[in-house]
Design a protein around this ligand. Sequence first.
Ligand code: FES
Length: 94
Amino acid sequence: MENISYGQSLLEVALKNDIELHHNCGGVCACSTCHLYVSTGMDFLEELSDKEEDFIDRAVNPRLTSRLGCQCLLLKGSGEVEVTLPDQTQFLGE
Ligand code: FES
């Protein structure tokens, strides 16, 4: 991955690196189409907010490692963050 710096969201990082991640609300925590699973590095991400949790509940197959890509801002520091994108083919839109 290139051009990664703190303060960016995982959604931004994905899009910059040509990884398609849906973002129907434009990244303002008002949908759940940017849902992803963080398998490593949760400590390097901005903490989960109540609002984000609400939308995760509405996502398809939420798990303990679920996050919304647009709400996961990278914190300062260095380490590895590993994410898995769920199947997004059922979403229409951006
Ligand atoms: S893009 Fe809508 S919640 Fe992330």
